[in-house]
Write a protein that binds this ligand. Structure first.
Ligand code: C2E
Ligand code: CA
Ligand code: CA
Length: 494
């Protein structure tokens, strides 16, 4: 049996046909066709499988809205850039950045069905600038990038400026009105940071940028320290109420009239933090406002200041008042009046002994509501003092409508009132305006006899400042109570 015969018996054709064997060719042709068809089918399936694999790969590696590689790849890329063995010749200086779209984007996203296209366009613009250095973060409105070879701060700033510009450009019609911006936090590798530290610092810089310190912020040591201190303050604030405010004290700074007679005091809060040491209220009050802790802190201050005043009125028999600072968030509290009434009732104290210091900002946020609240306080005899007067935007026409008792001329005007002519004019104008509206004028931050003399000559009603006394603990206030007046002295903060 020939070889060919064997094959044919086995049902296999080689497709080979020798001359003069036309029958065999005819028999083999359909087999070839069948095989080719099979081949084509296999190729099609292979392509399909490849496409599916690519699609699956995309699905697990890329964000489906922006088609950017996801966070995992960013982590790997940064690790690579920081690894001396894998650096591929670049110097090892890397700029790591986090970009987050701002609040205006949230609004657009929620109100427009074009949101997806806009997000894609934004990613595309960024890709145009950052190429393969761009990644999607775990959030849709957040992008990450890591650029190698960034050695100078100037280069980083230039890149950041371009990024911000690219995102802020209006989008094409029909969404022409779609404009939003972004915040960018950047951190530069100084050669000894881990990938976690670098990214952490970029996020701290982002937070800094989001609190209004520019569209982009490059991390530095000062920003880092401030951030960590703030975080520690936030943590501690959350437990102070349970701890009965044990690290807090009130100090009292007297007010005198133009003759040096004692007329009252302002209560100022002090925090002796167990780790951070004494903290300025200018630092922790705004944080307490953010965290909401100001409610309890404010209640504690109001109650203790009022209680102290009641004691002093009793022991000295003098008709004094106590000023308590109210931050904007406190002034907005729905139950403010009820709380104040509660304190006055509990202590049996007449409302007219209490004065609340408000800034222009707190009032101007919602002037109509402010007028209503102030009127309710006024009905209970509680008086209002405008703190830091002259630094805000309140207009004379508004002032007439507010039941305001005192204008506290801001210390920045008082500071150089004897040498700076424009500040002299401002102080003069405030005092005469106050007089014409039957409002008391009070100058704060008075430190020298020259300042006091100028203010007295202009007819300023009362004075507060180191020239008479710094804020002091309650026991150091007793001599003022006994004497009923204060002799000037040059004193420093306790
Ligand atoms: P403020 O109400 O404008 O208080 C005046 C600040 O100037 C006080 O700083 C005071 O110690 C200081 N000062 C007083 N006399 C002089 C002076 O002659 N020269 C100079 N250079 N400074 C003087 P302090 O106590 O650190 O308070 C800072 C701010 O913190 C206050 O500004 C007030 O806005 C806020 N604050 C203080 N205590 C409280 C509080 O109990 N509740 C609320 N909500 N805010 C408070
Ligand atoms: Ca004040
Ligand atoms: Ca003030």
């Amino acid at each position: 049996m020939s070889d060919m015969q064997q094959y044919e018996d086995a049902g296999v054709t080689t497709g080979e046909a020798t001359d003069g064997e036309a029958d065999a060719v005819v028999e083999v042709a359909p087999e070839v066709e069948r095989l080719e068809a099979e081949n084509a089918e296999l190729r099609r399936k292979l392509t399909e499988a490849e496409e599916t694999t690519a699609w699956l790969e995309d699905l697990v590696n890329k964000n489906q809205h922006t088609l950017l590689p996801i966070r995992r790849h960013f982590d790997r890329a940064v690790a690579g850039l920081l690894d001396p063995e894998r650096r591929n010749g670049h110097s090892g200086s890397v700029a790591v950045g986090v970009l987050r779209l701002d609040r205006s984007y949230d609004r657009i996203k929620d109100t427009r069905d074009r949101g997806k296209a806009i997000l894609f366009n934004t990613a595309d613009r960024l890709k145009g600038l950052l190429g393969d250095y761009l990644y999607q973060s775990d959030r849709l409105d957040e992008f990450l990038f890591a650029i190698p070879g960034m050695t100078s701060l100037d280069a980083v700033e230039l890149m950041a400026t371009r990024i911000v510009e690219a995102v802020s450009r209006p989008h094409e019609p029909p969404a022409k009105d779609v404009v939003f911006g972004c915040h960018v936090g950047l951190s530069l590798n100084t050669g000894r940071l881990t990938k976690e530290e670098l990214l952490g610092n970029a996020y701290i810089a982002l937070a800094e940028s989001e609190t209004g310190r520019g569209r982009y912020v490059i991390y530095d040591e000062t920003i880092g320290n401030r951030y960590r201190e703030k975080a520690e303050i936030e943590r501690s604030l959350s437990t102070v109420a349970q701890a009965g405010f044990e690290d807090f004290r009130l100090v009292y700074q007297p007010f005198v009239d133009s003759e040096g007679r004692l007329i009252g005091a302002e209560a100022l809060i002090r925090w002796f933090h167990p780790h951070l040491g004494p903290l300025s209220p200018a630092l922790f009050i705004p944080i307490a406002e953010e965290t909401g802790e100001i409610r309890l802190l404010g209640q504690w201050t109001l109650y203790n200041a009022a209680r102290q005043l009641r004691e002093w009125i009793k022991s000295s028999g003098r008709d004094l008042h106590m000023s308590v600072n109210l931050s904007p968030a406190q002034f907005k509290q729905q139950d403010l009046i009820v709380r104040i009434e509660g304190i006055l009732d509990a202590l049996g104290l007449d409302g007219r002994h209490l004065k609340l210091e408000l800034t222009e900002g707190a009032i101007m946020e919602d002037p109509e509501q402010a007028i209503r609240t102030m009127k309710m306080l006024d009905e209970r005899g509680v008086r209002i003092s405008i703190d830091d007067f002259g630094t805000g935007y309140s207009s004379l026409s508004y002032l007439k409508r507010f039941p305001v008792h005192t204008l506290k001329i801001d210390q920045s005007f008082v500071e150089d009132v004897t040498t700076n002519q424009s500040n002299q004019e401002i102080v003069r104008a405030i005092i005469s305006m106050a007089h014409s509206l039957h409002i008391e004028s009070l100058a704060e931050g008075v430190e020298t006899a020259e300042q006091r003399d100028f203010l007295a000559a202009e007819g300023c009603d009362s004075i507060q400042g180191y020239f008479y006394s710094p804020p002091v603990p309650a026991r150091d206030f007793e001599p003022f109570l006994q004497a009923g007046r204060i002799d000037p002295r040059v004193a420093a903060e306790p």
